[in-house]
Design a protein around this ligand. Structure first.
Ligand SMILES: Nc1ncnc2c1ncn2[C@@H]1O[C@H](COP(=O)(O)OP(=O)(O)OP(=O)(O)O)[C@@H](O)[C@H]1O
Length: 483
C-alpha cells in the first residue's frame, strides 16, 4: 500500500466531515430562525392581515404564474332526443374499446359485441365514472364515462370528451372525423364480403371467401406493387376526384392467357379494398335498359367485374340473332327470308334482322356509355374490372386512352411468381430443386394455374417439386418436338 497516498486520503476525509458538520449546523440554524419568525408572525400579526397577505400572494401567483388552461367538454349521449341510438356514441365507444389499456385502468367492462357467429367478439369499455386519455397529433383528449339519472327511472349513459379550449377546432375538425373513419374501416375489415351475381335485373349475393390476397398472388413483384399503389391512390383521392370534376371510379383491364390469375387478382382486389364484388354475366342481360337497372342497383364501394369481355358482345349478338330469328322475326319486321349477307368483320352471315336486334339489345357502347355517364355520377368509390384472354380481339372503344385506367398483363409464371407459389404451398424460400426449376421456368411457358396444380399433388415438398420438374421437362420436350 502507498503510505503517502493513504495519509492524503485521510486528510481529505477529515475535511469533508468538517464541511458536512458546518452545513448541518447552518441548516439547523436557518430552520430554527424560520420557525421562530413564523411563531412571532403568528403572535404579532393579526389574523385578518395574514389572510389578506395570503390572498394577495395567491392573486399575484395566479396573474404571474401559468394559468390553468380553459377546457371544453363535448357530451355524446348513447340515446338521442328521439330515443334512437346515437351513431357518434357508437363510434366513440367502438374507438375507445381499441384504446383501453387494461394495465392502466383498475376496472373496466368486458362485453360481447357483433351478435352471434363469426362476427362476435369481446370488447373492453370504461366503467361509469372512469376516465382515460387518448393522444391525437400530440394533443391529449380526456374521455370520461358518465351515467346519470334521466327524467324518469331510466339512467342515461354518455361519454364526455374534454380538451383544452385552444384545441377545439382540431377536436371537431380532425379528431372526431378521424374516429369515425377509424371505426368505419374496422367495421369494413370485420364484415364478410359478398359476391353478387345478376339474375334478371336484380342481384343475388352470397358470402365471398376467396382466399387470394396480394401476398399469395403470384405475379411480377413490380407490377403487383404498382397495382396496390394505384388502388391506394384511388382510395385516398376522394377530394381530388371531386375537385377535378371526375367521377370517383377506377377501371382495370386484366388480360393474359387462361390460368394466369386474372380472377385471383380480382379477388385479391376485393379483399384488399374490402369492397363487394358484382360479377356481371352479360349473357343474362338482354337489353341496355336491363343493364342500366342492374348497374344502378350497385351500391358505392363495390367492384363491377365483367369476365371475358371479348366474348360478350360479338358472340352474343350472333347467337341471339340465330336463336331468336324465327320466333321473334315478325316483331322486328324481319324473317327467314330476309336479305342475308356475309359480314367480313363479324365473320358470319347477317341479315337486317340481326342489325335491328343489335340496336334494340345490349351493346358494348351501351355498357361503356352508361359506365362513363349516368352511373358514374350516381355513386362513388367504384372499381370496374374487365378481363380477357385476348386483348387483341377487344373493341377499340374499350382500349381508347382514358377508358380503362390501368391495363394489367397477367403473364406466364416467372421465377418470382413461382417462389410466391412455393411459399404459399410449402412455406419454403429455397430448395435443392430450385435452380433446375428456375432454368426450366425461363425456357417454357407455364401458367401459375399449372404450377399450382403440380404443387397441390403432394404434401411432400420433394415429391411435389420433383413432379413439377418432370412436368416442365415434358413441356420443354413437347415444344422442341413442335407439338
Ligand atoms: N397468379 C396467380 N397466383 C396465384 N394463384 C394462381 C395464379 N394464377 C392462377 N392461380 C391458381 O390457378 C387457379 C385459376 O386461376 P384464375 O382463375 O385466377 O386464372 P384466370 O387467369 O382468371 O383464368 P381464366 O382466364 O381461365 O379465367 C386459381 O384458383 C389459383 O389457384
Amino acid at each position: 500500500m502507498d503510505l503517502s497516498s493513504a495519509a492524503g486520503a485521510s486528510t481529505s476525509y477529515a475535511k469533508a466531515v468538517d464541511t458536512y458538520r458546518k452545513a448541518v449546523a447552518t441548516a439547523a440554524t436557518v430552520t430554527a430562525y424560520a420557525m421562530l419568525a413564523r411563531g412571532v408572525a403568528r403572535e404579532l400579526v393579526p389574523h385578518d392581515l395574514r389572510a389578506a397577505v395570503s390572498w394577495t400572494a395567491t392573486l399575484v401567483r395566479r396573474r404571474l404564474g401559468p394559468r390553468p388552461a380553459e377546457r371544453r367538454t363535448v357530451i355524446i349521449r348513447r340515446i338521442d332526443e328521439d330515443g334512437r341510438h346515437d351513431s357518434c356514441f357508437a363510434d366513440a365507444h367502438a374507438y375507445l374499446a381499441t384504446k383501453i389499456d387494461p394495465r392502466t385502468l383498475s376496472r373496466f367492462r368486458l362485453s360481447g359485441v357483433g351478435g352471434g357467429g363469426r362476427g362476435r367478439r369481446n370488447a373492453l369499455s370504461m366503467v361509469p365514472g372512469d376516465s382515460m386519455t387518448d393522444v391525437f397529433e400530440g394533443v391529449e383528449f380526456r374521455w370520461t364515462s358518465v351515467i346519470s339519472e334521466g327524467g324518469g327511472k331510466i339512467s342515461e349513459s354518455s361519454l364526455e370528451l374534454s380538451f383544452d379550449a385552444e384545441h377545439t377546432d382540431m377536436a371537431l375538425g380532425r379528431y372526431v372525423p378521424f374516429i369515425t373513419e377509424e371505426v368505419e374501416q374496422a367495421r369494413r375489415r370485420d364484415c364478410e364480403l359478398k359476391i353478387y351475381m345478376n339474375e334478371g335485373s336484380s342481384w343475388r349475393g352470397i358470402v365471398h371467401h376467396h382466399p387470394a390476397t396480394f401476398d399469395t398472388l403470384a405475379m411480377d413483384p413490380e407490377l403487383k406493387q404498382s397495382v396496390v399503389a394505384d388502388l391506394d391512390r384511388f382510395l385516398k383521392r376522394k377530394e381530388y376526384y371531386r375537385r377535378i370534376g371526375k367521377a370517383w371510379k377506377r377501371g382495370y383491364l386484366l388480360y393474359g392467357p387462361p390460368g394466369t390469375g386474372k380472377s385471383s387478382l380480382v379477388a385479391a382486389m376485393a379483399n384488399y379494398l374490402r369492397f363487394n364484388l358484382y360479377d356481371l354475366d352479360l349473357s343474362e342481360v338482354h337489353s341496355n335498359s336491363a343493364l342500366q337497372r342492374l348497374l344502378i342497383g350497385m351500391p358505392n364501394r363495390s367492384i363491377l367485374v365483367v369476365e371475358d369481355i371479348d366474348c360478350c358482345f360479338s358472340a352474343r349478338s350472333r347467337e341471339d340473332g340465330k336463336e331468336r330469328k324465327t320466333p321473334t322475326a315478325a316483331l322486328y319486321g324481319g324473317g327467314d327470308d330476309g336479305d342475308e349477307y356475309y359480314d367480313e368483320d363479324e365473320g358470319d352471315w347477317r341479315d337486317d334482322f340481326s342489325e335491328k336486334l343489335e340496336q334494340q339489345s345490349l351493346t358494348l357502347s351501351g355498357l361503356l356509355n352508361f359506365i362513363d355517364g349516368l352511373w358514374s355520377t350516381s355513386g362513388e368509390e367504384r372499381v370496374i374490372v374487365f378481363t380477357t384472354n385476348y386483348k387483341d380481339r377487344l373493341d377499340a372503344a374499350l382500349l381508347r386512352p382514358g377508358r380503362m385506367d390501368m391495363h394489367v398483363y397477367m403473364g406466364y409464371c416467372g421465377w418470382d411468381a413461382f417462389k410466391t407459389l412455393a411459399h404459399n404451398y410449402f412455406l419454403i424460400g429455397d430448395h435443392l430443386l430450385f435452380p433446375e426449376i428456375q432454368e426450366l421456368i425461363s425456357e417454357v411457358e407455364v401458367t401459375p394455374a399449372e404450377v399450382s396444380e403440380m404443387l397441390l399433388r403432394s404434401e411432400d415438398v420433394d415429391a411435389a417439386l420433383g413432379g413439377l420438374v418432370e412436368f416442365l421437362v415434358g413441356k420443354k420436350q413437347a415444344v422442341c418436338e413442335g407439338k
